[in-house]
Ligand binder design. Structure first.
Ligand code: GLC
Length: 551
């Protein structure tokens, strides 16, 4: 299996391309844009959940794992999309949320109706004497993580929204159901899976109160050792029999050590993991819902630790800056006005030259920005609305709270794809489910393909991976880790060496690299300011990124 030359594109289904005018992206919309994706050069498209769902958490609350929500299309549409993709060398990665189901799922409904078999699918407990709930755990979306289970006096665990009920993976029947779902999609020709918050599936039989801080609390249900057993079982029953299938586990608050375990090929678990520590460098004291500058040294150090940690121990990283749960990094760590192009290409450069599998999130390849919303009713996301209420309850003014949302809300990354300068960015002929960023007249695919510099740069980054083994298999080592403005590292393979330098800020910088880089026989490979002569004293323009090779 060679998955290492692949680049994966994430299309947030709901916001990608609407072909029927209902204001939501759809499956046909993905098929329609396959030529565009082929042009970009990506190999696989990860689609966010399009299964029937009440949409309380935008489809991460699944009511039926093996069907298509009519608002997104039909099973025939999915089959057509897969077949059309195949013609263009594009495969699909589907998103499975197996930690929890929607409370509208048939299993939960049967459980509520008293069916013991299905009650055993969920984590249902009596309250503990002296406290309101079975444990004192907090939901990740705010409030307690337990909800009343009908009128039984018992509670069911829901680590996210109350309408997302956690499954009990200790029950072998649940594991069998999960395997059936995965196999169903493999049989449809799906070649990849993204498993949502999959390191949370290993809850203990006996659940206990948290006694320390939030990290101690999370450790009670995160990365429990049994997760490895469940993943291996799923692997062996399903995708392990199809070596071409690629899997990525979305890992909530995981560790390097656990992730080596999840991704080491000898363990037969997953191909790679998404971890999120690098996207918490603007959470002062772990507080996401605050406005704060990012810590550049911490960002570099975290990426470095994961590069080394997984790279030197047989694990494998998924590399990403953006996804549907994150504000856009061009706005977050770059400059989305004056240096939008250079910060977008610079960030892409830094990521793609590292070791791991790069993911490009819809719109990243044209430098889409946060929408800079100013009103609460522009937001759709449940987590953002809950956070707003909590901020107000804590004494923040509406203005302050909205400013925080404008920086941290997940809706920043979810605004519809900007295809053209037409109304609604060419995304829909109807009313978009979420307002577009109003810069779509200047920032859109049509214009980018005509005269932009970001899309062609991403094309090059993707193409280089196909041509150079060092980009896939080369070892990684950092340089100047404590430099406050420059990101630098090297890759090596069989005598070949690539060195990358990037200015992460909007002021020029000069760096003497002679302590790390010998000689001057270095040739320019790629840079976002074009051809550049090598020098022991490198001058880097705002957001400039450049790689030199010794070949
Ligand atoms: C993952 C998804 C996110 C969802 C959560 C609960 O983090 O990416 O969108 O809200 O899981 O399923």
């Amino acid at each position: 299996m060679n998955f290492k030359d692949k680049v994966i594109y994430q299309a947030y289904t709901k916001s990608f391309n609407d072909t029927d005018g209902n204001g939501l992206g759809d499956i046909k919309g993905v098929t329609e844009k396959l030529p565009y994706l082929e042009k970009l050069g990506i190999d696989m498209v990860w689609l966010n959940p399009f299964y029937p769902s009440p949409q309380n958490d935008n489809g991460y609350d699944i009511a039926d794992y093996t069907a298509v929500d009519p608002m997104y299309g039909t099973m025939e549409d999915v089959e057509e999309m897969i077949a059309e993709g195949e013609k263009r060398g594009i495969q699909f990665m589907f998103d499975l949320v197996l930690n929890h189901t929607s409370t509208e799922h048939e299993w939960f409904q049967k459980a509520l109706a008293g069916d013991k078999k299905y009650q055993d699918y969920y984590i249902i407990r009596d309250p503990v004497e002296g406290q309101d709930f079975p444990t004192n755990w907090e939901s990740k979306f705010g409030g307690p993580s337990w909800e009343q289970f009908g009128d039984t006096g018992k509670f069911y665990l829901s680590l996210f929204d109350p309408t997302q009920a956690d499954l009990d993976w200790r029950n072998p029947e649940v594991r069998e159901e999960a395997a059936k779902i995965v196999q169903f999609w493999i049989d449809k020709g799906v070649k990849g899976f993204r498993f949502d918050v999959i390191n949370l599936i290993g809850k203990d039989e006996e659940l206990v109160n948290a006694t320390g801080d939030i990290d101690q609390e999370k450790s009670l249900y995160t990365d429990r050792p049994i997760v490895h057993d469940y993943l291996r079982e799923l692997n062996q029953k399903t995708f392990g029999n199809h070596p071409e299938v690629i899997t990525v586990g979305e890992m909530s608050s995981t560790s390097i050590e656990s992730s080596i375990g999840y991704t080491h090929p000898d363990n037969d678990e997953l191909t790679m993991v998404f971890s999120f520590h690098h996207l918490k460098v603007d959470y002062p004291n772990k507080e996401k819902w605050s406005k704060a500058p990012f810590d550049f040294l911490e960002l570099k150090e975290i990426m470095h630790d994961w590069q080394i940690g997984l790279g030197e121990n047989g694990g494998w990283n998924a590399l990403f800056w953006n996804n549907h749960d994150q504000p856009r990094t061009v706005s977050r760590f770059g400059d989305d006005e004056k240096y939008r192009e250079k910060s977008a290409t610079g960030q892409g450069h830094i990521l793609h030259f590292m070791q791991g599998t790069p993911y490009v999130y819809m719109g990243e390849e044209i430098g889409m920005t946060n929408p800079h919303f100013t009103e609460l009713d522009q937001y759709r996301d449940i987590e953002s609305h809950n956070a707003y209420k909590e901020l107000i309850a804590k004494g923040k003014t509406p203005e302050e709270s909205l400013e925080i949302l404008a920086e941290k809300s997940r809706d920043n990354g979810r605004t519809p794809m900007q295809w053209s300068a037409e109304e609604n960015g060419g995304f829909t002929s109807g009313t978009p489910w979420l307002q577009l960023a109003d810069n779509y007249k200047e920032i859109n695919v049509e214009k980018e393909l005509e005269s932009g510099e970001i899309f062609p740069y991403y094309q090059k980054l993707i193409q280089l991976r196909k041509e150079h083994a060092i980009m896939r298999d080369g070892s990684y080592a950092s340089m100047f880790l404590d430099h406050e403005q420059v990101w630098a590292y090297r890759r090596q393979l069989d005598g070949e060496e690539w060195i990358t330098f990037a200015n992460f800020y909007d002021t020029p910088v000069s760096i003497d690299i002679s302590s790390e880089v010998d000689g001057d026989k270095w040739n320019y490979l790629l840079g976002n300011y074009g051809e550049k002569a090598f020098s022991q004293v490198l001058e880097l323009a705002p957001y400039e990124a450049v790689t030199f090779t010794n070949k």
